[in-house]
Design a protein around this ligand. Structure first.
Ligand code: PLP
Length: 558
């Protein structure tokens, strides 16, 4: 038989989802399962015939739900929040049903335009300067929704790398970009997220870690010291990542000091505000944004604390043409009659002077390239009919990359139909993109700025409450000042006490937290995550922590 009643079941699922969230406290936040548990419970082969939804759902309830960490639970304190909300879920559901891909304007005009509008709204709500918005005709700035903060960091690093290589190539026309790459160096603090290190690994550039101060903040003087030392060795500093709200202790790098150093040494400044960025909806936290106008790119995750489902990372960039230079492809199947007139998140509207630049990177004059390619084309079966008039090097690039399965004649027609000669502008690594703007827009409209501020302030209030409870107990300490919604705490004494405490807490499964370690001090991170957390939840969590701590201290010291 075939399942014909799926739409009915889909409607029932909405009730199931709402019940799950309303009764989230019924679930133990951390599952008591061992690795491989699901393999032992589910068949090793997919079914040959359709199965009944009743049976599928029994398995969800019996085997899947008990094996999950319940991230929406008020007792979830691990990592950073990954909040959802009804308006966001509705946005996800609707976009799942629509399932339109928003890579070019033509692939989904409303999807593209809503993203620009929502990103302008969000940028303004955060207090970002106008240069990051996509509002004025002459603005090169704008926002784009990336999947993750890690991806935003990588995109920023790649754009900065391209800019640096172009500048270096002008000074060293005899060197290949691969040779120049070895001279580049970028910087972040020793507290930066591992995704920054990963971006450096992917981009094949050296990364120097700047020692943070006693408050885990990167300061301008230390950064400049390192830059000067590296310049003296012949290296070229080109990119700096400042973190607003570090993963370990929600520390804030000094943006103004760092921005001034970057400006002086012509380095691209990226701001990673993955968690803390949400707090900037409240003006009282914007002092940490001081100097943001000196940044080249800025990213944070509404998918963390702003109640927009994962995935959703807001990234704003001052000079979006830098992205185009980095991700420059323009196959014929993605062009449309409005190319260059509207934003495409895979393709944008700015007129870029990139052909020249890219030739410099490739260190080949276009004449040489043209000659070589004409020679090779004349020896091949497919031929390569380039007339001087219609020759467009970007088509030529595509041919080399193997995209151009579509007739050159058609490509020429598109070029003629697009007399403005606008160049495409790429904003991201993947081509396809989900309609993520819908859930963001729903959340912004459903809560309004005031509702979002209330949500952030309530998390901070609950974190303050927890901090006060910890500080009142002589057995514990808070080694770093609390910022926003996270408290780091530990049992006084040897690290092993706190390690043991965390291990037992997680094994009992009533609360879930993860550790951090800075300068040899092991701490438990307690993040207020859920918007459902109450005063009583905080008291219950603290009682759980105190009970387990007493057991451990009794076991160890009698
Ligand atoms: N940057 C910081 C400061 C983070 O705390 C995190 C994750 O918590 C990330 C980047 C990575 O975020 P994502 O999972 O969106 O890549």
């Amino acid at each position: 038989y075939i399942n014909t009643n799926c739409s009915f079941i889909a409607k029932e699922l909405v009730d199931y989802m709402a019940d799950y969230l309303e009764n989230i406290r019924d679930h133990r936040v951390y599952p008591g399962v061992q690795p491989g548990y699901l393999h032992r419970r589910l068949p090793t082969e997919a079914p040959q015939l359709p199965e009944k939804w009743d049976d599928i759902f029994k398995d969800v309830e019996n085997h899947i739900i008990p094996g999950l960490v319940h991230w929406q639970s008020p007792h979830m304190h691990a990592y950073f929040p990954a909040l959802t909300s009804y308006p966001s879920i509705m946005g996800e559901m609707l976009s799942s049903a629509l399932n339109c891909l928003c890579f070019t304007w033509a692939s989904s005009p409303a999807g593209t335009e809503l993203e620009t509008i929502a990103m302008n709204w969000l940028g303004k709500i955060l207090g970002l300067p106008d240069c990051f918005l996509n509002e004025k005709n002459d603005s090169q700035g704008g926002g784009v929704i990336q999947t993750t903060a890690s991806e935003a960091t990588l995109v920023s690093l790649l754009a900065a790398r391209t800019r640096a290589l172009m500048e270096l190539s002008k000074l060293n026309p005899d060197l290949q970009s691969s040779e120049l790459l070895g001279h580049l160096i970028c910087y972040c603090s020793d507290q930066a997220h591992s995704s920054v290190e990963k971006a450096g690994l992917i981009a094949l550039v050296r990364m120097r870690y700047i020692e943070s101060d006693d408050n885990q903040c990167m300061r301008g003087a230390k950064l400049e010291e390192a830059i000067l030392a590296d310049k003296a060795k012949g290296l070229v500093p080109f990119w700096v990542c400042a973190t607003l709200g570090t993963t370990g202790s929600v520390a804030f790098d000094n943006l103004r000091e760092i921005g001034e150093v970057c400006e002086k040494h012509s380095a691209w400044l990226h701001v990673d505000a993955a968690y803390a960025g949400s707090a900037f909806v409240c003006p009282e936290y914007r002092h940490w944004l001081d100097g943001v106008e000196l940044a080249d790119s800025f990213a944070f995750n509404p998918s963390k604390w702003l109640m927009v489902n994962f995935d959703c990372t807001g990234m704003w960039i001052k000079d979006s043409t830098a992205l185009h230079r980095t991700f420059n492809v323009n196959p014929i199947y993605l062009r449309h009659e409005n190319s260059g007139k509207a934003i495409d998140y895979m393709v944008g509207s700015q007129e870029a002077n990139t052909k020249h630049d890219i030739n410099i990177i490739n260190n080949e004059s276009s004449d040489t390239k043209l000659k070589e390619r004409q020679d090779s084309a004349s020896n091949s079966d497919e031929g390569y009919p380039i007339s001087d008039e219609l020759y467009d090097e970007s088509d030529d690039e595509k041919r080399l990359h193997g995209y151009d399965k579509i007739s050159t004649g058609c490509a020429q027609k598109i070029q003629l139909e697009n007399p403005d000669k606008k160049e495409p502008l790429h904003w991201q690594i993947p081509l396809s993109r989900r309609f993520r703007a819908l859930k963001l827009w729903f959340v912004l409209r459903n809560y309004g700025v005031v509702g979002l501020q209330k949500h952030i302030r309530e998390s901070v209030r609950l974190a303050q409450k927890f901090e006060a409870l910890v500080l009142a107990d002589q057995r514990f300490e808070v080694p770093q000042p609390r910022n926003l919604g996270m408290v780091v705490f530990r049992l006084k004494g040897d690290n092993t006490l706190t390690e043991c405490l965390l291990k037992r807490l997680n094994a009992r499964g009533h609360i879930h937290a993860v550790p951090a370690c800075f300068k040899g001090v092991y701490v438990i991170r307690f993040t207020v995550t859920s918007q459902r957390t109450t005063n009583q939840d905080i008291l219950d969590d603290w009682n759980e922590i105190k009970t387990v701590a007493s057991e451990i201290l009794m076991d160890m010291f009698g």
